[in-house]
Design a protein around this ligand. Structure first.
Ligand SMILES: C[S@@+](CC[C@H](N)C(=O)[O-])C[C@H]1O[C@@H](n2cnc3c(N)ncnc32)[C@H](O)[C@@H]1O
Length: 374
């Protein structure tokens, strides 16, 4: 299979050897996650649980004890170690081309960022200090984390995020129309018929894949996007300019926006809920409602991990919390998001949860949306 990247000027150019290595990681991760991981529950029942009962004379009684029992299964431990190694291999496979091609990428970014005529804009805040709960973590083991900033024209965090995401998603990539943005556009068409934003905000945009997809889909809309990391935002901005779409990127915290009240028709987040703690999440939900206009729509989309059928499945799901640097994975999965949206100010009848099919493949996404009264 091929790793499908959307081509643009700041994307690292890979050699055929580097491409082969990325494809090997894609294959290994696909094997571990689609073929072997579904057997983890069976490994628990066949090996982990009996070992726990023999050692303790009783059944596990808490999530911690269920995890202890999982770890008593040799099969589960082998999968866990292999999956951790495969996740680390993602970053090696995309780090090599990124640092090898960095001079060219940095120059390409500088040319696009400093160009006199631009479609969009980039507003960095040199006084902004990314919150420690994100900046001090290598979430999903991305080296340097989301907040990494190596100085003027640095784009490494964004390059690692885009390329790592392409390998992580089994090579499906984040194309112009092949992204989570397409799922949300489809949701708007079906559930908010006739709604077309004139001005929108994408919060926690990372490399700006969804932001650029929205700008391409609604060329007349004014698209704004925020993130905490300067290295991420420079890359996102240069990427959007290279793709020929207009996006205005800002370094800003989603829980403390500097936009005026009622500024946007549409506010979205993609895969941000699972990256932040409960207090920040609640503040972000309040801010999204504050900056959307009356009659406007807020949609928070994220991974579909919120309905495990049993405690055993829940503990299995929480592997990422313990072994993949996803500190807020379980916090998000167990949050009462309807209560949080209501506490943020949405009337209950305006809040809808969605179970959404991916545009391609069997993956599903969770989303929660609300229309601001008025
Ligand atoms: C998993 S990434 C999702 C990126 C992108 N929306 C996507 O779906 O591919 C989460 C992003 O949220 C950003 N983020 C985390 N906390 C944030 C905050 N408080 N304010 C703004 N962005 C934040 C991170 O820097 C990171 O780029």
């Amino acid at each position: 299979m091929r790793v499908r990247d959307l081509q643009h000027a700041v994307l690292p150019r890979v050699t055929s050897e580097e491409r082969s290595r990325q494809e090997a990681v894609v294959s290994l991760r696909r094997l571990l996650n689609t073929r072997v991981r579904p057997q983890n529950i069976d490994a628990y029942s066949a090996e982990g649980l009996p070992a726990f009962v023999e050692a303790n004379g009783r059944q596990p009684q808490s999530p911690d004890e269920v995890q202890e029992a999982f770890l008593m299964s040799p099969r589960y431990r082998r999968w866990s170690a292999a999956n951790r190694a495969a996740q680390e291999m993602i970053w090696v496979s995309v780090g090599e081309p990124t640092y090898r091609d960095l001079d060219r990428m940095t120059q390409a970014a500088a040319d696009l960022i400093d160009a006199p005529q631009k479609l969009g804009s980039l507003t960095l805040d040199p006084d902004y200090d990314p919150s420690p709960e994100v900046a001090d973590l290598d979430i999903h083991l991305q080296p340097g984390g989301y907040g990494m900033d190596r100085g003027e024209h640095d784009v490494v965090a964004g390059a690692l995020y885009e390329c790592g995401g392409n390998v992580f998603s089994f090579g499906q990539g984040i194309g112009r129309g092949d992204s989570k943005a397409s799922v949300i556009i489809k949701l708007l068409e079906s559930d908010y018929e006739g709604f077309v934003p004139g001005k929108m905000l994408d919060m926690g945009c990372s490399a700006g894949a969804a932001s650029a997809a929205y700008a391409a889909h609604w060329p007349d809309a004014e698209v704004h996007a925020i993130d905490i990391g300067a290295g991420m935002l420079r890359y996102a901005h240069a990427r959007a300019e290279s793709l020929g779409v207009a996006v205005h990127f800002h370094q800003m915290d989603a829980s403390a926006l500097t936009f005026e009240d009622d500024s946007f028709d549409l506010v979205v987040t993609h895969n941000v809920l699972h990256e932040i703690g409960a207090d920040k999440r609640r503040a972000m939900l309040r801010e999204a409602l504050r900056v959307v206009r009356p009659g406007g729509v807020v949609i928070h989309q994220d991974v579909d991990i919120r309905r495990p059928p049993s405690l055993i499945h829940q503990v299995e799901r929480d592997w990422d919390t313990h072994f993949n640097g996803e500190a807020h994975w379980a916090t998000y999965a167990t949050a009462d998001l309807i209560a949080d949206m209501h506490a943020a100010g949405f009337p209950r009848e305006a809040i809808v949860e969605h179970d959404l099919a991916a545009i391609h493949g069997a993956n599903r996404w969770y989303a929660i949306s609300g229309k601001k009264p008025g």
